[in-house]
Design a protein around this ligand. Structure first.
Ligand code: PLP
Length: 405
C-alpha cells in the first residue's frame, strides 16, 4: 500500500551519470537533472566520500550565535570569491525557498535599518518561480501556485518578465518610498524557460538603482555552470544586490542554499550584536551539506563543466529546435543555458485536449524523463550528458509527441 502521497509512485532506485533505474530495473535518461539540480550527474563517489568524511569528523553541530564549522566557512569564502556582488557576504540556508524568504526579509530589514520601514513592497516577474514558502508563494509569477491561500504577502506585485518600462511604471505606481526589492531569475526556469537579453538586465539594474530598489537575482536554477558560469547573471554583466542560490550548489546530493548579499546590505547587521538580523534555521550551513557543496565545486572546476555547458547549450539548442516543425509544437525556447522548453500549440492543448502530462508519460514509457508544466515540456539535463544522449532525448520526445498526436 502506498502511504507516501497521493497516487501510485514511480520509484527511482538508483542512478549513475545521466541514467536512472526504477525498481523494476528499467533504465531512464534523466532529462531534467532531477529538479534542475544534478549538474555534475549522478553517482559521484567523490561526493559520497566527502559527506562520509564529514560525518565521521563533525557530524552535526548547528551554525548559530558565534558557532560555525569549517566546511561552512570554507564554502562561504569560496562562493563569495566567485560572486558578481560588491563586497559579498554569504548566508547559508537549506534550500531555494528558504533563501528567498531570507533575501526578502533582509531587504525589508535593510530599509528599516535606514529608517525607511515603509519600503516593504516586493516586485517579481510573470512566470517567475521563487519557491513555495510564504514569501515565495506571495511573489510567485504563476497564479496556480498563489490561489487558495489568501494573500501571503500584502505588499507584492508582478510585472511582465521582459519589460524594463513595466518595472519602472510599477515602482512609480507603488511609490519608490514603498518598494523594497525586485526579484528576477537570470532565465525563468520552472515558469517555462523564458530568457531576456543584456539590455533588459542592464535596464532593470539601472532602474532599481535610480529608485532605491534592491535587485535580487534568483539563481536557484541558473547557477553552478548551467549557464556556463557560476551564477548565471554574469552573462548579462550586472551586479545585483543579492544572489539567491541552491540546487546546483551541491548538485542536489545534499540540501543546501543561501543568499550572497552585498556588504552594503549586510553591514547594518553583520557582526553587530546591537542590531542582529534575527533570522536563521536549525540545519542552515550543516557541515555535511557544505562538504558536499565543496566537493561539487571541485568537480565543476576540475572538469570545467562551465565550458562543457556552453558547448551543450549550443548542442541542445540545435537538437531541440528540430522539433519546431512538429504539428503539435507552437514554440521551442532554448539557447540560453542548458535548458529548453517545447511548448504545445493552443489547438493541441485546447480543442484537441492534449496535455503535456500525456507527452511526459509517453516519453517516460520510452525511457526518458522530462518535466511537464501546463503548456510545455521542459528539458534541463545533467551537464555530463553526452551529445548522443541529447539526440536520444530529443528523438524520444518526438516519438512521444507523435504518440499523442
Ligand atoms: N527559486 C527558483 C528559481 C527555483 O527554481 C526554485 C525551485 O525550483 C526555488 C526558488 C525554490 O527552491 P526550493 O525548492 O529548494 O525551495
Amino acid at each position: 500500500m502506498n502511504k507516501v502521497s497521493q497516487g501510485p509512485k514511480f520509484v527511482v532506485e538508483r542512478a549513475e551519470g545521466a541514467w536512472l533505474w526504477d525498481d523494476n530495473g528499467d533504465r531512464f535518461l534523466d532529462g531534467t537533472a532531477s529538479l534542475w539540480y544534478c549538474n555534475i550527474g549522478h553517482g559521484r563517489r567523490e561526493l559520497a566520500d566527502a559527506v562520509h568524511r564529514q560525518l565521521t569528523t563533525l557530524d552535526a553541530f548547528a551554525v548559530y550565535g558565534d558557532f560555525a564549522n569549517r566546511p561552512a566557512l570554507e564554502l562561504s569564502e569560496r562562493l563569495a570569491s566567485h560572486a558578481p556582488v560588491v563586497d559579498p557576504r554569504v548566508i547559508l540556508t537549506c534550500g531555494g525557498g528558504e533563501s528567498i524568504e531570507t533575501a526578502a526579509k533582509l531587504a525589508r530589514r535593510y530599509w528599516a535599518a535606514q529608517g525607511r520601514s515603509g519600503k516593504r513592497h516586493l516586485i517579481s516577474r510573470t512566470g517567475g518561480y521563487h519557491g513555495l514558502h510564504g514569501i515565495g508563494t506571495g511573489i510567485i509569477g504563476m497564479d496556480r501556485f498563489r490561489t487558495g491561500f489568501g494573500p501571503m504577502v500584502e505588499d507584492a506585485s508582478v510585472v511582465p518578465y521582459d519589460s524594463v518600462r513595466a518595472l519602472e511604471e510599477e515602482i512609480l505606481r507603488v511609490g519608490p518610498e514603498n518598494v523594497a526589492a525586485f526579484f528576477a531569475e537570470p532565465v525563468i526556469g520552472a515558469g517555462g524557460v523564458w530568457a531576456v537579453d543584456s539590455a533588459y538586465f542592464n535596464g532593470v539594474s539601472e532602474v532599481c538603482r535610480r529608485h532605491g530598489v534592491l535587485f535580487v537575482v534568483d539563481s536557484v536554477i541558473c547557477a553552478f555552470a548551467r549557464m556556463g558560469n557560476w551564477f548565471g547573471i554574469e552573462r548579462y554583466g550586472v551586479r545585483p544586490d543579492m544572489i539567491v542560490f541552491a540546487k546546483g550548489v551541491t548538485s542536489g546530493y545534499q540540501p543546501l542554499g543561501g543568499v550572497i548579499t552585498s556588504g552594503e546590505v549586510a553591514e547594518p547587521f553583520w557582526n553587530r550584536s546591537d542590531n542582529p538580523f534575527h533570522h536563521g534555521t536549525t540545519y542552515a550551513g550543516h557541515p555535511t551539506c557544505c562538504a558536499a557543496a565543496l566537493a561539487n565545486m571541485d568537480i565543476l572546476e576540475r572538469e570545467d563543466l562551465f565550458t562543457v555547458a556552453i558547448e551543450l547549450e549550443a548542442q541542445l539548442d540545435a537538437a531541440v529546435r528540430s522539433l519546431a516543425d512538429h504539428p503539435l509544437v507552437a514554440e521551442v525556447r532554448s539557447g540560453t543555458g542548458v535548458m529548453a522548453a517545447v511548448q504545445l500549440t493552443e489547438e493541441a492543448l485546447g480543442e484537441r485536449g492534449i496535455t503535456t502530462a500525456e507527452v511526459f508519460a509517453e516519453a517516460r514509457a520510452r525511457g526518458v524523463i522530462l518535466r511537464a508544466v501546463p503548456h510545455s515540456l521542459l528539458i534541463s539535463p545533467p551537464l555530463i550528458i553526452t551529445w548522443e544522449q541529447i539526440d536520444h532525448l530529443v528523438s524520444t520526445l518526438r516519438s512521444a509527441l507523435d504518440a499523442v498526436a
